[in-house]
Design a protein around this ligand. Structure first.
Ligand code: ATP
Ligand code: MG
Length: 391
């Protein structure tokens, strides 16, 4: 067993020694069997949250009303969730209340896909009640139980299906696929934030391009912000040379495929509930990408963009099949006399000390000085800058 499970074993054993059932569940078991990196280990147990808390010295009530307690053990933390079923799904979203149950099967039944419904006990035995092992072997994303019912309970599962396709390089089982086609419009009930999280994971996954094709073919794409009626533009994504590797490049590529003018990017990003910081980043990348498509950037343009934006824009260009010599650009950036405004030996207040009046012309002058220094026309020292101003 990988170290992450070995470390978690005493937590499971504490529960079983106290007479409860306890299993590793969900993504960690799936990823163990797929030999993928395991980022966290979740535990399901027959113990009630209060009983879990009594067994461990340190715990946090993460979602105690849903049965989840976070236990701190050694230097790690584990989410321990009481076996539960979910009921009262309203509006095709998460259930409004959960019911604790006493057996594993009931708990596994509520999980989304067969490959996510595997449990492993402390001896390493896999409990596979829905043929998840076969589906793992065959690379299939298949709903637990009746897919139509499952997507009616929680429509986000349809996005999770295409997300897992991309991350795991799996195919969609036929009935599950048909149910998504038939019920894609339920996705409109789900909050944009939750859709976005799955969408981005899909777009940066190793099989992003084929998953994106399914996202389009099943019409899921019609139910997300600003994508309705844009299938033709978006259908370029599956034929890209590579798939994007960062969240910012995902949005930049989508904005470029949708041919959004720069001034429409903020609205688009807001519709997807992205942060202002992400929006700014994407605007800068798209701006520099357009600039690259138009001409070879000057040193000052490289300086203004900054290294991160230059590299991201080169990456976006490469993904869109418009290769640029990004190494040469980065070399040029690295060779710039100054890399950011702070490295300039003068600032606004220096100029005011030198007797220049505050106001817009001061900003212009500072920009001219910066450009001259970046272009290597004058040295970055006070003497040279003073002479430059006099001239
Ligand atoms: P990741 O590697 O992205 O964390 P994961 O499978 O662990 O993948 P989580 O979102 O962390 O995914 O969920 C943990 C487990 O909870 C899943 O494996 C699945 O069994 C169950 N689960 C999560 N979301 C849902 C859902 N919307 N419907 C049903 N079961 C779900
Ligand atoms: Mg997880």
């Amino acid at each position: 067993l990988p170290e992450i499970f070995i470390k978690a074993l005493p937590v499971v054993q504490t529960l079983t020694k106290a007479g409860y059932e306890a299993y590793f569940v969900g993504g960690s078991v799936r990823d163990l069997l797929l030999n993928r990196h395991i980022h966290d280990v979740d535990i399901a147990t027959s113990a009630y949250p209060e009983e879990v808390k009594q067994l461990f010295e340190r715990s946090i009530d993460t979602g105690i009303q849903h049965g989840t307690v976070t236990v701190l053990y050694d230097d790690d933390s584990y989410e321990i969730t009481t076996f539960r079923t979910e009921s009262g799904y309203q509006d095709y979203r998460r259930p409004d209340h959960v019911e604790f149950v006493q057996n594993l099967e009931e708990d596994l039944k509520r999980r989304d896909f067969t490959i996510n419904a595997l449990a492993m006990d402390e001896y390493g035995n896999i409990h596979d009640l829905f043929n998840g092992l076969d589906d793992l072997k065959n690379g299939l994303i298949k709903a637990v139980g009746n897919p139509e019912r499952r997507f009616n309970e929680d429509a986000l599962r349809m996005m999770r299906a295409v997300r897992f396709m991309s991350q795991l390089k799996f195919s969609l089982e036929e009935n599950t696929r048909q149910a998504i086609c038939d019920h894609h419009e339920l996705l409109s009930k789900i909050s944009v934030e939750r859709i976005r999280e799955e969408f981005v994971k899909m777009c940066v996954g190793p099989h992003a391009r084929s998953a994106f094709q399914v996202f389009l073919d099943t019409q899921l794409s019609e139910e997300v912000p600003d994508f309705r009626g844009k299938k033709e533009q978006l259908s370029v994504f599956p034929s890209l040379t590579f798939s994007p590797s960062t969240e910012a490049s995902v949005w930049a590529i989508i904005a470029i495929l949708l041919k959004l003018p720069n001034e429409q990017i903020p609205k688009f990003m807001r519709d997807w509930k992205n942060s202002n910081q992400m929006t700014r980043k994407v605007e800068e990348i798209v701006f520099f990408f357009d600039l690259l498509s138009d001409h070879s950037p000057s040193d000052y343009e490289l300086f203004l963009a900054g290294q991160d934006t230059v590299m991201s824009a080169c990456d976006v260009a490469r993904i869109l099949g418009q290769p640029v010599n990004s190494e040469a650009l980065v070399d040029r950036y690295v060779a710039l006399p100054i890399k950011n405004h702070k490295e300039l030996v003068v600032d606004g207040s220096t100029l005011i000390e030198w007797g220049i009046k505050p106001g817009p012309s001061l900003g212009d002058m500072l920009a001219k000085i910066t450009e001259a220094v970046v272009d290597g026309k004058i040295a970055n020292d006070e003497e040279a800058i003073k002479n430059f101003i006099v001239e």
